[in-house]
Structure formats: structure tokens, C-alpha cells
Design a protein around this ligand. Structure first.
Ligand code: SF4
Ligand code: SF4
Length: 331
């Protein structure tokens, strides 16, 4: 891994911390309870704590698996972003960001997060970047979703901050295994058996034949096949893939390396569409054991799911307005 190097975005510079940052972090983050309202964690509560925190950041730059940046705009610090607790077994890391309240609502969190997600996955080779926010922290949730992070699960009442209780929203950003899409001759879609009770798979097929969403970049002659997972816990995938493999071998000259196995959107992400399947890792293991290495998460996001998402955010907006009486503001 490379560790913390300077990154540039359209409007921002992400740079290593220097000890002078401590004063800003105490004044703007440590002394403003809005800044830690949804984390309950204030490492800048006093000038000494702020100084110690920044000193620890600076010491950690020797570690290639530590990532901690000050976010600078026009020469002035406006926030922080970092990634910590790299788990080599899971190949994951957790990311967190804070933006000065004067700069909320202008897309700076999204811009910094996008750059860091790209840097962690593409340049440092980390497969999964995780983040969480409290259920009422709509600004953070929106920033993560704009960057392509997916809401993986919701832990009910998992956060006790002050005298308030929040659900914990856990997000993840996954790096897709590098796959040459032009070499793919067969796209196999595994659909959630529960969802198929009320879905013909029409939207997945439209996305495939329109070469949109998860099917972007496939050549014109690419074949298409759908199969259900067979019901919980997805063990039925093994038999179906074995049958597919036999037919592939006997009737075509297509190699397994030229097959992409998609887990349909209803399997991998809620997208206000369906909950993420709790057996995704198990199903992926089955796919790999059958020798198919090209696994793609997602196929399509329906208009219905987008509508549902919009309604949710309209409701969320009403809730925000209500809270604004007490100074609640988006990130
Ligand atoms: S992703 Fe949507 S369209 Fe495709 S099978 Fe699942 S529910 Fe149906
Ligand atoms: S194993 Fe997953 S994808 Fe299959 S029916 Fe159950 S929830 Fe749906």
C-alpha cells in the first residue's frame, strides 16, 4: 500500500496534516457540538486533545495502511477525511469525513470522498471501503450514496449518542474485480428467488439488451441467461451452474473465463428495491468453486426503485426542515 499522499480534486487539495491544523480542529470541530452530534466522538474537545490527535496522525504516516488528510480549499483547511483499521483478511478499511459547518451543503464531502474511494481501491488495491452514519444524518448518507457506496445493512438502535438513540446505517464501496468486458461472451444473471415471485426479470433483460447499468461495455454478440438462486440459502446455484457448465462445454467453445456471472440488483443491494441477500458471500463462494471468476454485483435499478428512493428523500427532507428549527443542516 502507498499510504497518505497528497490528492487533488476539482476544488480541493487533500494533504497530510501538520501540527498547525490542531488550532483549527479545536476551534471549528472540537468546540461545536453539531460537529460530533452523530458520532458522539470528539477528539478535539480541548486544545491539548486536538494537538495530541494531530500528532498521532503525523506519527502514523510511517504506516502505509494509515490514511489521514486535511481537506484544504483555497489554502484554508475546511475538513478532514481518513481511512483506518485496515483488515487484511477481509481486505476492507473504514472511511470517515468531517466538513466545517460553514461549508456544508456544497458537495465538498462528496468530492473528497470520491477521490479517497478511488485512491484506496484503484491505487492501494483495497477491495472494500466501509463507512457508517446515524440514521438522522441525512447529509452523510446522501454524500455516500452519491459516491456509489451501497447501504448494506441497518443496525436498529445501534448508536447511543448523548441521550439519543439512532439506527446505524452501514455502507460499503466495492471494487469490481478487473474484467475485460469486451472478452465476455456470456452474461449469466442470478436473480433472487423471492423477488422472482413478483418479477419477470423484464428490467434486467432490458438493461442487458440496452447495454446499460451493469451490462455496459459488453459486445453485441454476448449471450444472456438468467437463473434463480433456487431459494434461501442460495445453495441451488451450485446445481444450476454445473448444468450450465456442462452445456457450455458440450455445445459451445466458450470458456469459463469468458462468462460473467451477475448477481441481480435484487440480490446484492437494497436500492429501495429489495434487501441485500444475507447469503451473498456464500453464493459468491459457490460461483468461484464452479470456476467462474468474473463476478459482477448488480444489473439494474428500476424506475420504481428510483421513485421509492425519491419519496424516501422527500420524507427525509420534511424531517430535515422540522429539525432546522434547532439548526439542523445538511453536510
Ligand atoms: S434485479 Fe429487479 S428486474 Fe432484475 S430480477 Fe431482480 S427484481 Fe427483477
Ligand atoms: S438466498 Fe438470497 S437471493 Fe436467494 S432467495 Fe434467499 S435472499 Fe433471495
Amino acid at each position: 500500500m502507498i499510504g497518505t499522499i497528497q490528492l487533488k480534486t476539482g476544488r480541493l487539495i487533500l494533504r497530510r496534516h501538520v501540527i498547525e491544523d490542531a488550532d483549527f480542529l479545536y476551534r471549528r470541530f472540537g468546540s461545536d457540538e453539531k460537529m460530533y452530534e452523530y458520532s458522539g466522538w470528539n477528539p478535539y474537545a480541548t486544545p491539548d486533545m486536538a494537538k495530541e490527535t494531530v500528532q498521532n496522525f503525523i506519527k502514523s504516516y510511517d504506516d502505509d495502511a494509515f490514511f489521514g488528510w486535511a481537506i484544504e480549499k483555497d489554502g484554508a483547511i475546511i475538513g478532514t477525511i481518513g481511512a483506518y483499521d485496515h483488515d487484511p483478511q477481509e481486505d476492507s478499511i473504514e472511511v470517515g469525513t468531517s466538513i466545517d459547518r460553514d461549508y456544508w451543503g456544497r458537495g465538498y464531502a462528496t468530492e473528497a470522498l470520491e477521490a479517497v474511494l478511488r485512491y484506496l481501491t484503484e491505487d492501494n488495491g483495497i477491495s472494500n471501503v466501509k463507512a457508517w452514519c446515524a440514521s438522522d444524518n441525512l447529509g452523510s448518507a446522501k454524500a455516500m450514496e452519491r459516491c456509489g457506496m451501497v447501504l448494506e445493512d441497518v443496525e436498529k438502535d445501534a448508536l447511543s449518542i448523548g441521550n439519543k438513540q439512532f439506527d446505524k446505517y452501514n455502507y460499503v464501496y466495492r471494487k469490481e474485480k478487473a474484467m475485460d468486458r469486451k472478452s465476455i461472451k456470456y452474461a449469466v444473471v442470478i436473480q433472487c428467488d423471492h423477488t422472482l415471485n413478483r418479477c419477470s426479470g423484464f428490467a434486467c433483460s432490458e438493461a442487458f439488451f440496452g447495454r446499460s447499468a451493469g451490462f455496459t461495455g459488453y459486445e453485441d454478440g454476448t449471450k444472456y441467461l438468467t437463473m434463480s438462486c433456487g431459494g434461501c440459502c442460495g445453495a441451488g446455484v451450485a446445481g444450476r451452474l454445473e448444468h450450465f457448465e456442462t452445456k457450455l462445454r458440450k455445445l459451445t467453445d466458450i470458456q469459463k473465463s469468458e462468462v460473467a456471472v451477475h448477481l441481480a440488483t435484487c440480490v446484492v443491494t437494497d436500492n429501495r428495491h429489495h434487501d441485500r441477500c444475507p447469503y451473498v458471500d456464500y453464493i459468491k463462494e459457490i460461483i468461484r468453486k464452479n470456476g467462474f471468476e468474473n463476478i459482477v454485483e448488480g444489473t439494474y435499478q428500476s424506475q420504481a426503485s428510483r421513485d421509492a428512493y425519491a419519496i424516501l428523500h422527500r420524507k427525509a427532507f420534511q424531517r430535515t426542515c422540522f429539525f432546522q428549527k434547532w439548526g439542523y443542516t445538511y453536510l
